[in-house]
Write a protein that binds this ligand. Structure first.
Ligand SMILES: NC(=O)c1ccc[n+]([C@@H]2O[C@H](COP(=O)([O-])OP(=O)(O)OC[C@H]3O[C@@H](n4cnc5c(N)ncnc54)[C@H](OP(=O)(O)O)[C@@H]3O)[C@@H](O)[C@H]2O)c1
Length: 258
C-alpha cells in the first residue's frame, strides 16, 4: 500500500533530509516551501532515485491563507496524507526591542499558526482512518527561555507543548504525534537567522541534517512522543529541567551572544 508524507519546508536543510528519508522508505511525497525551483529539483531527484511520486505545492506559510490552500490542493489532486511533517520554520537573532515586527509575526505564523492549522486540517482524516502520524519539528530551544532569540525559543516551546498534549489525546487511536527536537544543525537556518557568529554555532561541528532526519523518522516509527537528537542535547535539556529558569536564561544568553 502506498503511503504519502507531506513535508513542509522540504526545499532545504532538515526538511529536505526528512523528505529524502521518507522517500528512501518508499513514501510518496507532497513537498512544500516558498521556493518552487528547489522543490522541483528535489521532486526530480527523489522520483529518479527512489521511484516514488512527488507532488509539489509552493506556499508561503507566513501567509495566513496558505494551510487552507494546501489542504484544498490535496483534495483537488485526490491526495490522502498519512504522515504530516510540520518542519518549516525559522528564527531571527537580536534584541527583541530591535526586531522587525513583520519578521516576528511571520515567524509566529510559520512556526506556530501554520503548524497548528495544518495539523487541525489533516489529523481528523488520520483518526477516521485509524492510522497516521504527525511529526513536528521543534528544537532544544523548546526547553529554555532564549535571550536574543526570544520569540523563536518561545515558538518552539509552543510546538513541544502542543505536540506532547496531542500525543496524549490521540493515544491508542492508531495515530501518533512525535516532536523532534534537534540542537544546532547544519542547514540554511543560521544564515537566515543571521547568527552564524554566535558562541553556540561558532567553532563547532553542527549536526548533519540527514542524521537528525533519520533519528526523527525512527522516533516517529516507534511512536515516541519527544525525540531529542544527540546525547549532548539530551544532557543540556536535562539541565534546563533541574536548574532555575533564571540561571538557564543567563546561560542561553551567554551562548547566544557573539
Ligand atoms: N538548523 C538548526 O540548527 C535547527 C535546530 C533546531 C530546530 N530547527 C528547526 O528545523 C526546522 C527546519 O529548519 P532548517 O534548519 O532545515 O532551516 P532551513 O535550512 O533554513 O530550512 C527551512 C525550510 O523551511 C522553509 N520555509 C522557511 N520559511 C518559510 C515560509 N514562510 N513558508 C514556507 N516555507 C518556509 C524553507 O524553504 P523556503 O525558503 O523555500 O520557503 C526551507 O525549506 C525549523 O522548524 C527549525 O526551527 C533547526
Amino acid at each position: 500500500m502506498t503511503r504519502t508524507a507531506l513535508v513542509t519546508g522540504a526545499s532545504g536543510g532538515i526538511g529536505y533530509a526528512l523528505a529524502a528519508v521518507f522517500a528512501a522508505n518508499k513514501y510518496d511525497l507532497v513537498i512544500t516551501a516558498r521556493g518552487t525551483e528547489k522543490l522541483e529539483d528535489a521532486r526530480r531527484e527523489f522520483e529518479t532515485r527512489y521511484g516514488i511520486k512527488v507532488h509539489v505545492i509552493t506556499a508561503d506559510l507566513a501567509d495566513a491563507g496558505a494551510p487552507a490552500r494546501i489542504d484544498w490542493e490535496l483534495t483537488s489532486r485526490g491526495l490522502t496524507v498519512d504522515v504530516l511533517v510540520n518542519n518549516a520554520g525559522f528564527g531571527t537573532w537580536g534584541l527583541f526591542e530591535d526586531t522587525d515586527w513583520q519578521a516576528q509575526t511571520g515567524m509566529l505564523q510559520v512556526n506556530i499558526v501554520a503548524l497548528t492549522q495544518l495539523t487541525r486540517l489533516l489529523l481528523p482524516g488520520m483518526l477516521r482512518r485509524g492510522r497516521g502520524s504527525v511529526l513536528n519539528v521543534a528544537s532544544t530551544a523548546a526547553f529554555a527561555p532564549g535571550p536574543l532569540m526570544s520569540v523563536y525559543f518561545a515558538s518552539k516551546a509552543y510546538v513541544h507543548s502542543f505536540s506532547a498534549a496531542l500525543a496524549r489525546e490521540v493515544a491508542g487511536r492508531g495515530v501518533t504525534v512525535t516532536c523532534l527536537c534537534p540542537g544546532p544543525t547544519a542547514s540554511g537556518f543560521q544564515q537566515r537567522a543571521a547568527n552564524t557568529h554566535i558562541r553556540v554555532n561558532k567553532d563547532r561541528e553542527l549536526a548533519p541534517a540527514r542524521a537528525v532526519a533519520e533519528y526523527g523518522y525512527r522516533a516517529m516509527v516507534k511512536g515516541q512522543a519527544v525525540a531529542i537528537y544527540g546525547w549532548d542535547n539530551r544532557c543540556a535539556v536535562f539541565l534546563t529541567r533541574i536548574l532555575p529558569t533564571s540561571l538557564v536564561a543567563r546561560v542561553v544568553q551567554f551562548l547566544q551572544a557573539a
